[in-house]
Design a protein around this ligand. Structure first.
Ligand code: ATP
Length: 643
């Protein structure tokens, strides 16, 4: 199917082999992708574009494909390098106004009407009379300009950014301005998830290989080959999430050999494996029936992935692949003493937990979160941090992801040593009855933990699966047993002005979940109780700079009507009494019923600085929570109460 659709697509093809890829071709693909909601069609469109890029690249060039892929996912480098787009609305409005000669107020009025700055830029540009046709934009030019913008900092950077954007805008034709402005905003909004790009990349590589070898295979064979290639690339990328390394290798050795050359590498952080919540101890035994499993303390701290590189340097990455070395200079200093002789390169997975300096007791996460994230000086540190290691992913040149968890844990304990108050192995117990699990859970809570993590010990299901949330890791929190259920991580997308003495701050907020498939934020509830005056003040300071005059185009609003809209960026952890169906909010619409799902009596717990907006809880998880609740309550949950 992918091949036949490839032929149907009419892309601006007028670029010769060896020429830089015209940006117009990419803009056209974006427009076609935006116009369809069908995932297969999106994949086919992208495949045909990437195939053209591969076919027409100059010999030995891997940059054009690399830049094409980066622009499709709207990034400029690997996640963990931290060069990000996401230019504020007012700066973009200024640039659009300057480059099209329209006044700021007219551009703002248009934005109010259209709700999409990209569209406003395109319309402004296309209504401008130009005498000369500008020189066409190319992928390398756009990529370089975006990078320059993202990298410029300091006091004159605003002007510099506006001047680069204005220059880009001057060369835009057709739909180009729309996508350039959206890229700069930080979201393309064409419903093109990174997974789709990976699949298209795999398909394009296979089709290009076939063209070169001049082999024709039956439709059936081709389909299975395409499917196989997609799973290879997904696996490779989950181990080595760095296109700068994967794409040149793909062009060099082809899909089949990719797995041999692109492996987990210290220095490139993996997306961590995640856990599914479970509500009852009995459920644990059901899920692991007949299999060997282990229970570990679930420490209440911050995830830390620790890497030792070939060159001997050590790096600590957060759950979000952010480099944490600057936040934890004390950890960096502590680490060498837990490494046994003969342990050279490694990657281990751990939780960093605050502990009391005098008693050595575990302290709750809040203690850790008071730390600054950058430029921390060892002498200013008040709380001590201990690492609790629970998994080993790489050792002395060898990735271990495909080994049983039991074996990985054995190697971890063999190659590292506990150091009091600095480094410990996660406490574990290979329980096998409900009573044993219950006793261990109570012990963990008494020791200051959130509960237990239950993990498969043997067989393929116990292998480490980066970024996957499966039942092979279950989280059993003490709160669940009290019937509260798991917390949600939600994005703040709007705010309501306060009343009375709170008029100068926001008094309530509109929250949303994130659907990675459609790349949209779906509203879920208004949250307004339980905030102290100081907390409201602090939230106002963080959120004020994110104000937008209209909801960003990727927010599925429903009937919500906040006083101001906010750029989706800040993530909050929230607990709820229960979930109900709602005619107003759009979260998980169509998954359980036509109506969306909302939270009743949501309660703010904390800011999740270690999560980006697109790491927020997804609609499937919310639908699952709703259904579990409905099951527990019999038919009561199904009726819903509206919100
Ligand atoms: P999620 O994305 O799953 O919602 P989260 O960051 O909200 O993750 P939880 O769902 O509460 O966290 O639980 C998983 C987290 O628990 C891990 O990311 C890790 O930081 C922490 N953790 C503590 N102890 C362990 C352990 N023994 N094994 C694995 N993870 C642990």
């Amino acid at each position: 199917a992918a091949l036949s659709k490839t032929k149907e697509v009419d892309l601006p093809g007028g670029w010769k082999a060896g020429d830089p890829v015209p940006y117009a071709a990419l803009a056209k693909v974006f427009a076609l992708i935006e116009a369809t909601t069908k995932r297969l069609e999106k994949t086919a469109l992208l495949t045909s574009f990437l195939l053209l890029v591969i076919r027409r690249r100059a010999q030995g060039d891997s940059q054009s494909l690399l830049q094409a892929v980066y622009l499709c996912i709207n990034r400029l480098c690997p996640d963990y390098v931290g060069i990000e787009l996401g230019i504020g609305e007012s700066l973009l409005i200024k640039a659009i106004s300057e480059s099209t000669g329209r006044s700021l107020s007219v551009v703002k009025a248009d934005l109010k009407k259209e709700g999409d700055l990209g569209l406003v830029a395109m319309n402004s540009k296309n209504s401008q009379k130009t005498l000369f046709k500008p020189k066409p934009l190319t992928l390398p030019t756009v990529f370089k300009s975006l990078k320059e913008i993202a990298l410029s900092s300091g006091h004159s950077s605003q002007n510099k950014k506006v001047s680069i954007i204005t220059k880009l805008m001057a060369s835009c034709q057709g739909q180009e301005a729309k996508y350039i402005i959206r890229s700069l905003e930080g979201k393309l909004r064409i419903g093109n998830a990174e997974r789709t790009v990976l699949v298209a990349l795999a398909h394009a590589a296979v089709l290009a290989e076939q063209e070169i070898s001049n082999k024709r295979s039956s439709a059936e064979k081709l389909a299975s080959r395409l499917e196989e290639s997609a799973s290879i690339i997904k696996q490779v990328y989950s181990e080595l999430p760095n296109y700068d390394l994967v794409i040149p290798a793909l062009l060099d050795v082809g899909v089949d050999k990719l797995i041999e050359v692109c492996k987990l590498t210290p220095g490139v952080p993996l997306k961590p494996m995640l856990a599914k919540p479970t509500k009852a101890i009995g459920e644990v035994l059901d899920k692991f029936e007949g299999k060997k499993f282990t229970c570990e303390y679930k420490y209440d701290g911050e995830r830390a992935q620790v890497h030792k590189l070939e060159d001997g340097s050590i790096a600590v990455f957060s759950r979000n692949s952010e480099d944490m070395s600057k936040k934890y200079p004390d950890l960096m200093a502590q680490l060498p003493s837990c490494i046994k002789e003969g342990t050279n390169t490694f990657v281990f997975d751990a939780e960093a937990v605050a502990i009391d300096k005098d008693t050595g007791k575990l302290m709750p996460f809040q203690e850790l979160s008071r730390r600054k994230r950058k430029d921390v000086k060892v002498e200013d540190i008040k709380v001590r941090v201990c690492l609790f290691a629970f998994d080993l992913l790489y050792l002395n040149g060898e990735p271990l992801l495909q080994k049983d968890f039991g074996a990985r844990r054995g190697l971890l304990q063999e190659h590292f040593q506990p150091v009091d108050g600095e480094f410990q192995f996660a406490k574990s117990s290979d329980c096998d009855t409900t009573d044993e699990i219950q006793a261990f859970l109570e012990e963990s809570v008494k020791d200051g933990c959130e509960g237990l993590m239950v993990k498969m010990l043997e067989g393929e299901l116990s292998h480490y699966q980066p970024s996957r949330r499966t039942v092979n890791w279950l989280k059993l929190k003490k709160d669940y047993l009290a019937g509260v259920g798991d917390s949600l991580d939600l994005v703040v997308v709007g705010a309501y002005y306060g009343k009375g003495k709170r008029t100068n701050v926001y008094g309530a907020f509109l929250l949303a979940c994130y659907d990675a498939d459609s790349e949209e934020y779906q509203t879920i509830c208004k949250i307004g109780t339980g905030f102290s005056d100081e907390a409201l003040q602090a939230h106002a300071e963080t959120l004020k700079p994110l104000e937008m005059s209209t909801p960003r185009g990727d927010v599925k609003v429903g009937g919500a009507k906040p006083d101001v809209w906010l750029e989706p960026k800040v993530v909050w952890e929230v607990l709820t009494a229960d979930l109900s169906l709602s005619p107003i909010y759009t979260a998980a619409q169509g998954l359980v019923e036509e109506r969306g799902i909302s939270l009743r009596f949501p309660r703010f717990i904390r800011i999740r600085e270690d999560k980006a907006a697109d790491d927020a809880t997804g609609p499937e998880q919310i639908a699952e929570m709703y259904q579990r609740q409905a099951l527990a309550q019999g038919s009561k949950g199904k009726k819903g109460k509206g919100a």
